[in-house]
Design a protein around this ligand. Structure first.
Ligand code: ATP
Ligand code: MG
Length: 315
């Protein structure tokens, strides 16, 4: 089976237990939960049964251990995760605002998560990878961009494939160098996995049909457009498919896109028909939102089979 590699932030997530406007007074928190978009992605890929590895960096602290223990338990190869003796593991504190939006306090760039390098252990992991998945969030610091672009070249040079999930909102694309790095990954990817308005990030066209055509004309083999509870669509040169969202009770939306993407990529690497890839992925995204904690809703293929057997699609 083809192996999947990702590179990027491994974090703990600590969340407020009640909705509110900020972190300006003492509040009840729950966590640490294992997190970081690339880490969630690779955990779901491994749980689905795909050979999976991550290149990253954590501190020599309990926040790092919480993540490494979980990733190892779920079958992720963590040989390429460096343990930095001086820096603390990255973190994200999240509070849901009364209107349902999220307010984050991140410590990523100046934590161990920002100190990723292509050392000899990471190179060995890279040499074993058939497919590279890139999350736009991982491109927020120049040294990590360098590592990811080098990995993308290495994977492509030996006939491997690349998937890219911008995982950004258009307003944060203005960080120095980020848009350029995203554009490069967009041009190099085989599979493009935008969410909502991210579909239009790299095209002149701003209408769905023309945008899809423009993206496919630029050499992307397939597009999977995520639309939250409304489901997702798939496009390639031959097919256009839509998958409705499954009816579930949303407890915590964080991690849906990462789980969806990991399951889609795993199915795609197994050459499943696109409709089956979409169904598995939508089940994976739906299950993810039913659990509190970004990685807690990751599911095995057997669990997804059981979910698909028992859930009806939205009309
Ligand atoms: P994230 O917020 O993690 O970055 P995303 O914006 O990349 O996520 P979403 O579109 O929110 O991705 O979710 C990915 C997929 O998961 C959706 O296309 C859908 O199939 C499924 N999904 C997400 N939220 C729900 C929900 N509330 N109910 C059912 N399915 C959902
Ligand atoms: Mg979302």
């Amino acid at each position: 089976m083809k192996s999947v590699l990702t590179i990027g932030e491994i974090l703990v997530e600590i969340m407020a237990t009640e909705k509110g406007d900020g972190f300006l007074e003492p509040i009840n928190l729950i966590g640490p939960f294992p997190s970081g978009a690339p880490a969630i992605f690779i955990d779901q890929a491994a749980k689905f049964g795909q050979p999976a590895a991550i290149i990253g960096c954590v501190g020599a602290d309990d926040f790092g251990r919480v993540n490494l223990d979980r990733l190892r338990r779920d079958g992720v190869d963590v040989e390429g995760v460096r343990i930095d003796p001086e820096m603390a593991t990255g973190s994200a504190f999240v509070r849901y605002r009364p209107d349902g939006s999220r307010a984050f306090v991140y410590n990523i760039k100046h934590s161990a998560a920002g100190a990723i390098s292509l050392d000899s252990a990471a190179k060995a992991v890279l040499n074993r990878g058939d497919h590279l998945h890139v999350m736009g969030t991982a491109l927020s610091s120049p040294n990590i961009v360098e590592v990811i672009l080098a990995a993308a070249e290495a994977i492509k040079a030996r006939g491997g494939t690349i998937s890219f999930d911008p995982n950004l909102r258009p307003e944060i694309l203005n960080l120095p160098g980020l848009r350029e790095a995203c554009e490069t990954l967009f041009r190099r990817c085989d599979l493009f996995l935008p969410s909502g308005a991210e579909l239009y990030l790299f095209t002149k066209a701003k209408e769905e049909k023309a945008t899809v055509r423009e993206i496919l004309d630029r050499g992307v083999r397939a597009i999977v457009h995520k639309r939250g509870a409304d489901g997702a669509s798939y496009y390639d040169s031959k097919a256009r498919l839509t998958q409705a969202g499954f009816e579930v009770k949303e407890v915590d939306p964080t991690g849906a896109g990462d789980c969806f993407g990991a399951t889609f990529v795993s199915c795609w690497l197994r050459n499943m028909p696109p409709a089956q890839c979409l169904a598995y992925a939508a089940a994976s995204g739906a299950l993810a939102v039913t659990r509190q904690g970004p990685m807690e809703g990751a599911a095995s293929q057997a669990e997804l089979d059981a979910f698909l057997a028992s859930h009806s699609k939205r009309p």
